[in-house]
Ligand binder design. Sequence first.
Ligand SMILES: O=C(O)CCC(=O)N[C@@H](C(=O)O)c1ccccc1
Length: 368
Amino acid sequence: MKIEGFELRRVAMPLASPFRTSFGTQTDRDILLVKAVTDAAEGWGECVTLPNPVYSPEYTEGAVDVLKRFFIPALGAAGIGDANAVAEVLKPFKGHRMAKAALETAVLDAELRGEGRSFARELGSVRDTVPCGVSVGIMDSVPKLLEAVGGYLDEGYVRIKLKIEPGWDVDVVRAVRERFGDDVLLQVDANTAYTLRDAPHLAKLDAFDLLLIEQPLEEEDVLGHADLAKIVKTPICLDESITSAQTAAAAIRLGATSIINIKPGRVGGYLEARRIHDLASAHGIPVWCGGMVESGLGRAANIALASLPGFTLPGDVSASGRFYATDITKPFVMHDGHLTVPSGPGLGVTPVPHILDELTTAVEWVPI
Ligand SMILES: O=C(O)CCC(=O)N[C@@H](C(=O)O)c1ccccc1
């Protein structure tokens, strides 16, 4: 496959409702799409950076810059023609894993579309559908949260994830349990909002039979998570801390994590995500697919990843309608709490041209 260049496109996607986490509230998603133009096919990658470096050190303008000035020229200089070589060529560049992931995914999608192979087949899919979990943001009041949770359960979501932060945690979980009972699969995500001093408070969550507590402490505090795991009975699940198979191996060895949220953008791409899946499975560590409020393009790739055998917990793999009234692809619609794994070539979905044009705010061609 010969790569001719990449199109960097910004797409402004209004959210169906505000989404609040411990690091802020999003009302829209400014998405950077990377399109690989090759002699075989065109391929898409979605960069999951936020506009500001609050989830991880990356941010969208930085991703655009590093792609244009360093990553795409490096692929050109190396004469890259397949996705397996991308990570190796980009290895000398530190970090910027979300930008690397978007570039690798675009090349992989083009390659697979050219070969008529699906993303799911390439990654090692064993399922035709995946169960849908949903992430529920921090709300203005408990009644409003209970209304939102009830709505998602009525829609058929099989797992509820509650965002928590100091002042919005134990009482909120208790209210959900009291209203919806003990059978609902329930977990919480702190997005690094606590410290080890909060361990006794976080241990109060043990009363509610949660699936896991996600990333309670800051990204770098792997040892703190290992200490916390000795105090809190609820399984600790890492998100921000797991940036590669190597950091996953360290966190598992140190007892800092007993479940891993795999987000392909955070770890540098779907090929590294598969390596983490394989490593975790070898250690008996369940994994699930995290979400970054992706459009249908990133969502398609996540659904494919979530169909691998070690993804035994429902992921943040929700229907398009959870976040977007209008998606740039054919929307993913949940049936009986599940989404169908795309089976077409590559991602199996492509942007709907007139919708993509309407939502595009900038396009830039970067020849290789
Ligand atoms: O379902 C989704 O796509 C969102 C899941 C979710 O809560 N993502 C959170 C997270 O902290 O994991 C997030 C969203 C946007 C940006 C960063 C993080």
